[in-house]
Ligand binder design. Structure first.
Ligand SMILES: NC(=O)c1ccc[n+]([C@@H]2O[C@H](COP(=O)([O-])OP(=O)(O)OC[C@H]3O[C@@H](n4cnc5c(N)ncnc54)[C@H](O)[C@@H]3O)[C@@H](O)[C@H]2O)c1
Length: 356
């Protein structure tokens, strides 16, 4: 996974400098490179969190482009640079248009641009909704593992919001050895819940599947709760629902009232990133005027600097770091290159001689 290929160029005329190349990688190629490799991808994401924790990354704040005429939609730019064995710069550009779903299209669409470390030249554009879902799910599976190491390992998972991200998270949990007795499902849309149950049936597994009509029933029935809704503000407010101290993967970031976070142990992927954009941790900071409610980052847990308690709910709120997309995208690029199938656009960079 960390064996990366070097700078993409092809030789020019004799004596002339090598010409930078530019490749385009489709969603089908991305999926082929990633599918079935959940364990390796979780390892890759772990490596990236450790590099980020060691300061071997640049990950500035994401930029949110919002529209007055389309208030529920947004496009986010995530520029990033990653060192270590991956050694690449780039930009993820990801749209979220929730109304797409009722029109039969996924909510999110994205591209990822990879830039060469030495020349800055962009060398690839990849379809990136799959890369984004993959790195999100790999991060969730990694967090579920690390945050339950000194607690009773959950056996009853509940999916709160059952779209594409929930499906990827289930695939990554199953692909990294999680074996549940029960899978709970709750969604405002009966169609989404039914679609997710169909996926669960297709994917096999011996777990008993229950569709819960209420949020309360789902949370009470689960010792691992995965939030993957599109809620813009908190809608789960009753702390008593968490009295059984579940592990919560708060992937959609804005479902939980800040009071619930204040009664729990809280871990994030990156403090500066996560305490922004009206996420529940951001609301908790605004409510208390402090960050004392945070127990640490996942990097802190992996480095042994923080440990999840056993006597409170544990909540992981990952903002989603561009460095993860870069690492997964570079891995895809390397895999497609190795296969010999890389589609390079001829003469993409054209004006290469300074004086013509
Ligand atoms: N933190 C990260 O790194 C990260 C990365 C990618 C996606 N996400 C987030 O994951 C979420 C899910 O993404 P998706 O692509 O699966 O979206 P999606 O639109 O495919 O699915 C969302 C589902 O949530 C359901 N839902 C919405 N509000 C609900 C509520 N209050 N209660 C129950 N169900 C509700 C919808 O009916 C829908 O089925 C989004 O909020 C997205 O921003 C987070």
């Amino acid at each position: 996974m960390t064996d990366t290929l070097s700078t993409p160029t092809r030789s020019g005329a004799p004596g002339a400098p090598a010409v930078p190349t530019f490749a385009v990688i489709s969603g089908e190629e991305v999926q082929q490179a990633l599918k079935g490799h959940e364990k390796q991808l979780v390892e890759l994401v772990e490596t990236v969190y450790r590099l980020h924790d060691a300061g071997d990354s640049v990950n500035p704040p994401s930029y949110f482009l919002r529209f007055q005429d389309r208030p529920t939609s947004r496009i986010i730019a995530l520029p990033a640079s990653l060192g270590g064995p991956v050694h690449v710069d780039g930009l993820k550009w990801i749209s979220s248009f929730p109304e797409n779903v009722s029109a039969g299209l996924p909510r999110a669409s994205a591209v990822l641009i990879l830039n060469d470390h030495d020349t800055g030249y962009p060398f690839a554009c990849l379809e990136s909704s799959i890369i984004s879902a993959t790195r999100t799910a790999a991060s969730a599976a990694l967090a579920a593992d690390w945050l339950s190491r000194n607690r009773t390992r959950p056996t009853r998972v509940g999916f709160f919001g059952t779209g594409l991200i929930a499906r990827y998270i289930h695939t990554f949990l199953a692909g990294t050895g999680w074996d549940f007795d029960e899978v709970g499902v709750h969604d405002l849309s009966a169609d989404s819940a039914a679609g997710f149950c169909g996926y669960l049936r297709e994917s096999g597994g011996a777990a008993r599947v229950t569709v819960h009509d209420t949020a309360e029933d789902l949370i009470r029935a689960s010792d691992l709760v995965v939030f993957a809704t599109i809620a813009g503000r908190p809608h789960v407010t009753d702390q008593a629902l968490f009295a059984h101290n579940p592990l919560v993967l708060h992937v959609s970031l804005r479902d939980l009232a800040p009071e619930i976070l204040l009664g729990s142990a809280n871990f994030v992927d990156d403090v500066e990133h996560c305490l922004k954009a009206d996420t529940s941790p951001h609301l908790a900071e605004q409510l208390t005027g402090s960050r004392d409610f945070l127990n640490g980052t996942l990097g802190d847990v992996m480095a042994g600097r923080a440990a999840p308690p056993t006597d409170r709910p544990v909540i992981f709120s990952p903002f989603g770091l561009g460095v993860l997309d870069l690492a997964v995208g570079k891995h895809v690029y390397d895999e497609v290159s190795r296969s010999g199938e890389l589609r390079v656009i001829d003469d993409f960079f054209h004006e290469l001689r300074r004086y013509g």
